[in-house]
Design a binder for this molecule. Structure first.
Ligand code: ADP
Ligand code: ZN
Ligand code: MG
Length: 491
């Protein structure tokens, strides 16, 4: 017993905290490649979108795609970065079969943009993830390891992707959990796709994420040794890979080991990361300025102009919708999920009634949208026409349940709400004379219920009201029916 107490292996368990920074590569949605006029289209026959420049043939000279710079700067500005008026392309030298020149044109010492932040709100909490830099670079080609008769002996190369413009976004190590990292990446994707600079397609590799992670004892200020996890192509895998890696590193440290700085690959099938190579340092790449390209010059006026092309970003829009229309975060998410935010805003404004607009759009319209999926025709549900329907309901001319019928018919026929109400005779019957006949015939046909009512079971009136509503096709004004029935029954 005494031995066990004195044994230094028995001590308070140390709590470890993860530290995570992301490096994100996003393909820019330009028509042509970054240094040549070849198409960036995905999925064409291998080696059809190529030329001497993107094949790296000797003597071919790169010319920078202006649109790629616009897109890169737009993304950087949306991430609150400082876009530099002068930045430099550099050669990053390494050998790999899919890199025909033997170097990748990237940016190193003077990148396009520096120091920014990804900012967003999650469950009413403001989050901030610092951005170290955003730089431009070209993508490599693609090695095809399978799909050919002799794939067991040969690797084929497709250079269609070679020279596709990318931005690399590097965050500060500000993230403290796998879930936070996945959420930050989600927000980043949302921004890039909203800007229209990236299609967000992770399966096709248009958006890729490498995750740097270390752990350290809680309270320690200095960072622990990190590993970099590659090959992550979904949010779920990012979270899983990080959780695995956090657990692995914590285990190593707890058992007295040390973390080796290295690059690890995520194996989705095994649910594990495994060591790929020891991490190379910047000097391994022998970076030097690209002699074939002049510095990128961006005049302040051009930066301003690019800034002007940034429309409202997702998080700002969410906060505005909540503030302007009294929606909750969940309400806004529901509208976003069914892609009905614009329709909601238009309708709320046109109807002057945000609550009614939200109820309609999150109810009937969303139902229709989900039912029809891609076939949902937005032209058939315009803010003005939906607002008119809301107005008719508010005026008391039709009941809420008839309004649903009207909406169906609006969608199917393209007629306006008032046309439908009038042509199809759906207006609420609020006229005593017109209702009296129905009230009387319901009384005649339901003598049992009438007797029960008169014997004191006054609740039966609900049943009788229902019968009148049915007889009038739902058009009767329920309160009036109630009054008329009582008047008749109480005599
Ligand atoms: P390297 O020189 O290895 O490329 P950088 O300093 O350029 O490292 O950072 C690359 C990425 O790794 C950034 O996203 C950064 O936030 C993250 N990072 C750096 N140090 C750590 C660490 N100790 N733990 C976790 N992430 C880190
Ligand atoms: Zn080319
Ligand atoms: Mg680095």
């Amino acid at each position: 017993m005494l031995d066990a107490l004195n044994d230094t292996r028995y001590h308070e368990p140390v709590l470890f905290e993860p530290v995570i920074g992301l490096e994100i590569h996003a393909r820019l949605l330009t028509e042509t490649k970054i240094f040549c006029g070849c198409s960036t289209r995905f999925g064409n026959r291998p080696n059809t979108n190529v030329c001497p420049v993107c094949l790296g043939l000797p003597g071919a000279l790169p010319v920078l795609n202006r649109r790629a710079v616009d897109f890169a700067a737009k993304a950087a500005l949306a991430l609150n970065c400082e876009v530099q008026e002068r930045s430099i392309f550099a050669r990053k030298n390494y050998f790999y079969p899919d890199l025909p020149k033997g170097y990748q044109i990237s940016q190193y010492e003077l990148p396009l943009a520096t120091e920014g932040a990804l900012e967003y709100t999650a469950n009413s909490v403001s989050k901030r993830v610092g951005i170290i830099r955003v730089h431009m670079e070209e993508d490599a080609g693609k090695s095809l390891h399978e799909g050919f008769a002799d794939s067991d002996q040969k690797t084929y190369l497709d250079f269609n992707r070679s020279g596709t413009p990318l931005i690399e976004i590097v965050t500060h190590p500000d993230l403290r959990s796998a879930a936070d990292a996945a959420d930050a990446f989600r927000r980043l994707r949302e921004i890039l796709t909203t800007l229209g600079v990236n299609d967000g397609n992770m399966e096709e590799g248009s958006l890729r994420c490498d995750a740097n992670v270390s752990v350290r004892p809680v309270g320690q200020q200095t960072l622990g040794t990190k590993t970099e996890v590659k090959n992550i192509n979904s949010f779920r895998y990012l979270e899983k890979a990080l959780e695995y890696e956090i657990g692995r590193q914590t285990g190593v440290l707890q058992s007295g080991g040390t973390i080796v700085q290295e690059t690890r690959l995520w194996d989705a099938d095994a649910g594990e990361t495994f060591s790929m190579r020891s991490k190379e340092d910047a000097h391994d790449y022998r970076y030097f300025p690209e002699p074939d390209l002049p510095p990128v010059q961006l005049a302040p006026a051009r930066i301003q102009e690019i800034r002007g092309t940034i429309l409202e970003l997702p998080d700002a829009r969410r906060l505005r919708l909540m503030a302007d229309y009294g929606l909750s975060e969940l309400d806004v998410k529901a509208l976003e999920r069914s892609d009905l935010v614009a329709l909601f805003e238009g309708t709320a404004k046109a109807a002057g009634n945000a609550k009614a607009a939200f109820n309609w759009i999150s109810g009937e319209v969303a139902r229709k949208r989900n039912e029809l999926g891609e076939r949902f025709d937005r032209e058939r549900v315009l803010p003005q026409s939906l607002a008119k329907l809301i107005g008719i309901v508010e005026s008391g001319a039709i009941s809420a349940s008839i309004a649903k019928t009207v909406f169906e018919r609006m969608y199917d026929s393209g007629r306006s709400a008032d046309e439908i109400v009038e042509q199809d005779g759906l207006a609420q019957i609020g006229d005593e004379g017109a209702l009296m006949a129905s009230v009387r015939s319901v009384i005649d046909a339901n003598q049992d219920a009438v007797a029960q009512y008169r014997n004191g079971k006054t609740g039966t009136i609900g049943f009788l009201v229902g019968q009148v509503m049915k007889a009038t096709g739902g058009k009767a004004k329920p309160a009036l029916v109630n009054d008329l029935l009582r008047r008749e029954l109480d005599q």
